[in-house]
Write a protein that binds this ligand. Structure first.
Ligand SMILES: *[C@@H]1O[C@H](CO)[C@@H](O)[C@H](O)[C@H]1NC(C)=O
Ligand SMILES: *[C@@H]1O[C@H](CO)[C@@H](O)[C@H](O)[C@H]1NC(C)=O
Length: 847
């Protein structure tokens, strides 16, 4: 009997609960659903209400960005699950509460005010409106029209004239010359802060207009001028099935616009994104309904050759060459010293100075992105011959080209001043790059004409000149030293090798990289004996060696699956050997003979980090101070690879055994640049064989093969947590749960017991605040979502500043042990186990 009563009671309370929640649901639906179609004097819009477009593609309302609580008025897509904001009214002046109202004031302006009537944003009409109505069009354009006396479509104000960070189809980017209105994109400061960031993108009004991306006050990327079909620097953006692009330049307007060919079925946006890779990009996204996500169609800058002015004046940037910068024919480096040490900013100068006395002509270069158009002059009706005459007549004219490439080409552009920011596109594909005619002295013309006949001879002559020049410059020390070795070497055969070696070297025009011959290396390593073997890396075995002079070296014998040819390989090694940082292992040279390809490094006597941190005894040799110093050093080395070096290297296999320690226990990252040497595609294809070590791999890399600087950041985070805990992430186990090291660290963190993570041998020497900061940074680095992970520059900052307020880490990627051991099997099991992950998440956050 009592039981039954109790049962009824609980039924009653259940009923009560249900009613309540239905009511609550109803309430929330009710507030959400106050959607209107227009704003008028009598119908303002307050926080919580929305204004929708006719077919409801777009909606305007109040929102908060990311973790921020500030309130903004903005426009976003109605049906896209991740709120994608395309326009913000009060981006630089947020409301701090939800008292905001968007209404029409006495003059007819649309204004955003708070409850004290303080104005946060206004449409600032130039003339008053009598009967203003504000509507959101299906294109995403917020418009204000005067319904009395106004003509339909005659907007007194429209949001398309004041872009935020996004260009939607049908929006103009550029100038209304009559009113002086300049429509340009400005990035958000961060995903949490829509205020104007440091990147902006707009049309520069030169003689021959082009779009330029600015980073603060510095030019960051140029689109190249519009050549009638497309931007000269973006051949892939010629009209295609999805988009049509156009550029208008007349006395009234200069603007760029794009449209979708099948309107309605596809969504697309062009966004200037400061929070993307490499410090900011202009990204073109299309919506993929199947995967329910935005798909990146294209982004610029694409590579280092897109970096504004990387190669200086009169020099051509070519990603297929290394080093990428080459002086144009007829030009030579302004400073050979700087040029050879990879500082190309000084650019090149005429080999024979121009006298402008009629002894001049033009050399044609094909497949180029046309140079900076700041000082240009355009005539759209001249033909190419008239153009040449025109340029020849004016001594300050340095080059000319066709202004329009359509229909065989027409028009004329002249360049005055230095030619900067040229890049090479593959000449083979017909639609890429343009012809540029550059003024040179007649003697250079003759050289160039002879060149095509006697090309071989000229190169030999140039090489000999270079060889002797560099020898004279005092770089001969190495050769002398090597000669000495060979003189004393027992094998007579070697002298032949030596000659061959030098011949080979002279074929490369960079002579600074020592190429060791095989015999030297064989002697140094005791004929690659097992006793000299230091270990086996992802790319092949590593041997210790000692050269005759006594210098100790480490020799990495590469397995033979590099896709590159020998010349490319050498060039790559030259580039990489020029990366110098105290936290990178120094590459001394290479050896290529027959089927053997080897890299020679400086030898690190203290072996690698994994020797210490995972070994109970040796672990005591690394006290906290040393550990913190090592963490810091690795971060700095990685930052150099990601940002400060000119090559933007993603390591892709950062782990304890790839961190070597010198005699001062200073960390040196090794195996960097291997990814470059082996070529990107191959690595992706052979992920589990060549590059990447489970336990250190980010989820997006392991599952989708996507790598970016953020995958290195993930590996770095794992490494930090391993250094603090003295445990390997892979194979970590605790009887009480199934989490791996990342999961364990996160659990302790959430329980406020993070200090329990620290390895006992270090407990006495540690500084608790530093340990906590390391764990905190480590957890930020291993977050599941790559966009949440910090960049290496913020990692270095966070590690170094005691008072910085760090964001709270979110769920790490791959934190269940089950998950990481399964990671090597197929992707379907991956999905399955990721749902296991979700369960773990709920359990954890429930505590
Ligand atoms: C900015 O770029 C990042 C990384 O590519 C991306 O995740 C993010 O969604 C982009 N932001 C916008 C507003 O599209
Ligand atoms: C050459 O062109 C520049 C730029 O248009 C102009 O200022 C200068 O007067 C011209 N010089 C001659 C000699 O025509």
């Amino acid at each position: 009997m009592t039981e039954k009563i109790e049962g009824e009671k609980s039924m009653g309370s259940l009923f009560f609960l249900v009613t309540c929640s239905v009511f609550l649901c109803f309430c929330s639906i009710y507030t959400e659903s106050i959607a209107v179609n227009s704003i008028t004097r009598s119908q303002p819009l307050s926080d919580g209400q929305t204004l929708v477009s006719g077919q409801e593609r777009f909606v305007l309302g109040f929102f908060s960005a990311g973790v921020s609580r500030n309130r903004y008025v903005g426009i976003w897509y109605t049906d896209i699950p991740v709120q994608t904001v395309v326009w913000v009214a009060n981006r630089d002046k947020p409301l701090i509460d939800s008292s905001g109202v968007l209404r029409i004031d006495v003059r007819g302006n649309l204004v955003l005010v708070n409850q004290k009537n303080y104005i946060f944003w206004s449409s600032n009409l130039s003339r008053a409106a009598e009967n203003p109505v504000v509507e959101l069009l299906e294109s995403g354009n917020l418009v204000l029209q005067d319904q009395r006396g106004g003509v339909a479509g005659d907007f007194l104000w429209q949001s398309f004239d004041y872009p935020s960070d996004t260009l939607l189809p049908g929006m103009k980017l550029g100038w209304n010359l009559k009113t002086g209105l300049d429509r340009r994109l400005t990035s958000w400061k961060s995903p949490d802060d829509p205020s104007s960031g440091e990147l902006s993108y707009g049309i520069e009004l030169h003689g021959y207009p082009e779009a330029v991306m600015w980073k603060g006050t510095e030019e960051h990327y140029r689109s190249g001028p519009w050549n009638g079909l497309r931007y000269s620097g973006a051949p892939e953006l010629a009209p295609n099935m999805v988009f049509s692009f156009s550029f208008t330049a007349n006395a009234d307007e200069v603007y760029y616009i794009y449209q979708l060919n099948q309107q309605g079925s596809i969504l697309s946006r062009l966004v200037l994104n400061q929070s993307s890779n490499n410090g900011g990009e202009l990204q073109r996204f299309t919506w993929n309904g199947k995967s329910n996500s935005w798909q990146l169609f294209l982004s610029v800058p694409r590579d280092y050759c897109d970096t504004y002015g990387l190669c200086g004046a009169y020099s051509n940037c070519d990603t297929n060459q290394s080093p990428p910068c080459r002086c144009l024919g007829g030009f030579k480096p302004k400073s050979l010293g700087n040029w050879n040490s990879m500082d190309w900013s000084g650019g090149c100068v005429q080999k024979t100075a121009l006298s402008c006395k009629g002894h001049e002509g033009f050399l044609m270069f094909s497949g180029l992105k046309l140079p900076d158009t700041k000082r240009t002059w355009v005539n759209r009706s001249m033909d190419l011959n008239e153009c040449e005459m025109m340029c020849l007549k004016n001594c300050s004219c340095n080059a000319y080209a066709r202004a329009d490439v359509r229909g065989g080409g027409s028009g004329c552009v002249l360049w005055f001043g230095d030619l900067i920011d040229i890049r090479q596109f593959p000449i083979s594909s017909s639609s890429s790059g343009q012809d540029l005619f550059i003024r040179v002295d007649a003697s250079e013309l003759a050289v160039a004409q002879g060149d095509s006949k006697r090309k071989g001879k000229v190169i030999v002559a140039v090489t000999i000149a270079l060889v002797s020049g560099i020898l004279l410059l005092g770089c001969s020390g190495w050769y002398l030293w090597k000669w000495k070795i060979n003189m004393t070497s027992p094998e007579g055969k070697e002298v032949d090798n030596e000659e061959q070696d030098i011949v080979e070297k002279s074929q490369m025009d960079d002579l600074e990289l020592p190429c060791f011959n095989l015999a030297t290396i064989a002697i140094a390593t005791n004929n690659f004996s097992d006793s000299n073997k230091l270990g086996e890396g992802g790319f092949g075995p590593v041997y210790k060696g000692e050269l005759c002079g006594g210098q100790e070296i480490a020799v990495k014998r590469l397995s033979k699956n590099s896709l590159q040819g020998i010349d490319e390989f050498k060039n790559e090694v030259i580039l990489i050997s020029k990366l110098q940082h105290r936290n990178l292992v120094k590459v001394l040279g290479c050896c290529i003979e027959g089927a053997e390809t080897m890299l020679i490094y400086e030898y690190m006597e203290n072996k690698s980090l994994d020797h210490y941190i995972f070994d109970e005894k040796r672990s005591t040799l690394l006290d906290w101070e040393k550990r913190f110093n090592i963490v810091f050093g690795i971060a700095r080395g990685l930052l150099y690879l990601h940002q400060d070096s000119r090559l933007r290297i993603i390591h892709r296999d950062l782990k304890a055994s790839n961190i070597l320690l010198d005699c001062n226990m200073e960390p040196k990252i090794s195996d960097f640049g291997m990814a470059r040497i082996f070529g990107g595609d191959q690595i992706e294809a052979e992920t589990d064989k060549v590059v990447g070590t489970y336990g250190y791999m980010s989820p997006e890399y392991a599952i989708e093969g996507l790598f970016s600087v953020k995958s290195d950041v993930f590996s770095f985070g794992v490494l930090v947590l391993e250094m603090v805990s003295g445990k390997k992430n892979r194979g970590f186990s605790k009887p009480e749960h199934q989490l791996n090291l990342l999961g364990h660290a996160w659990k302790l963190w959430n329980e406020g017991k993070a200090l329990e993570l620290i390895v006992p041998s270090v407990r006495d020497s540690c500084v608790a605040t530093e340990v906590l900061r390391c764990i905190h940074v480590g957890l930020l680095c291993v977050q599941q979502q790559m966009e949440n992970r910090p960049t290496m520059s913020s990692v270095v900052f966070m590690l170094g500043s005691e008072n910085a307020v760090l964001p709270q880490p979110q769920q790490p990627g791959f934190f269940s042990e089950k998950y990481s051991t399964k990671a090597s099997s197929s992707s379907s099991s991956m999905q399955h186990s990721s749902s296991t992950n979700c369960v773990t998440v709920t359990l954890l956050s429930g505590r």
